[in-house]
Design a protein around this ligand. Structure first.
Ligand SMILES: Cc1cc2nc3c(=O)[nH]c(=O)nc-3n(C[C@H](O)[C@H](O)[C@H](O)COP(=O)(O)O)c2cc1C
Length: 175
């Protein structure tokens, strides 16, 4: 791939907040998880865990738990058929940074494959409850993890609006 194409891909990713009721191709999902695992991690520790959930009973539970934290009865994952959760050790000072690299890699990979995605918050609060801890055990995860974030993932139901212009002075080069 030309470098320019990759930069265009980064510049055209948008958050998707409406999804088709259509399962994500398993190969594409695996490629997105691979992109997540390709992310750098502090000291190369690979401390994080990535869990892609497609099971409707479980996605329904996650939607309910997240909405509860938010204090609404709407679906915080916008009906996405896949919810990809990222966890890191509670005691890892770089857990959020590591997890953020993973989440962004996965959003860019999704975009490259023609899928929509959106970073969704509140997993920290969701999994810091007895119900959350029980859920993590059910996912086969070790004890002591915190939710870093998640992405809603699926085929976009509508075109995203154009990207907002970047603010004045956002970046600079000092020579
Ligand atoms: C740390 C973080 C948390 C976010 N949490 C949410 C969220 O809970 N729900 C949501 O709809 N979008 C969420 N977003 C997406 C942002 O709202 C979105 O990236 C921003 O509005 C810019 O739009 P764009 O991604 O289309 O460029 C989050 C993004 C980041 C980086």
């Amino acid at each position: 791939m030309e470098n320019l194409e990759f930069l265009k891909l980064i510049g055209s990713r948008r958050s998707c907040r409406a999804y088709l009721n259509k399962p994500v191709d398993k190969k594409d999902l695996q490629a997105i998880l691979e992109a997540g695992m390709a992310a750098p991690s502090a000291m190369g520790a690979q401390d994080a865990f990535i869990v892609a959930v497609t099971k409707p009973e479980l996605t329904a539970k996650l939607r309910r738990m997240n909405a509860q934290v938010m204090g609404t009865d709407t679906d915080p994952y916008y009906g996405a058929p896949v919810i990809v959760l990222v966890f890191a050790s509670r005691t890892n000072k770089n857990g959020v940074q590591d997890g953020s690299c993973i989440l962004e890699n996965m959003m860019l990979a999704a975009h490259a494959l023609g899928l929509g995605s959106c970073w969704i918050n509140r997993e920290n609060e969701m999994f810091d409850t007895e119900e959350g801890r029980e859920l993590m055990r059910g996912m086969g995860l070790p004890e002591g993890l915190a939710g870093v974030g998640a992405i809603a993932l699926g085929y976009a139901a509508k075109e995203p609006s154009p990207r907002k212009p970047r603010k004045e002075g956002y970046s600079r080069i000092i020579e």
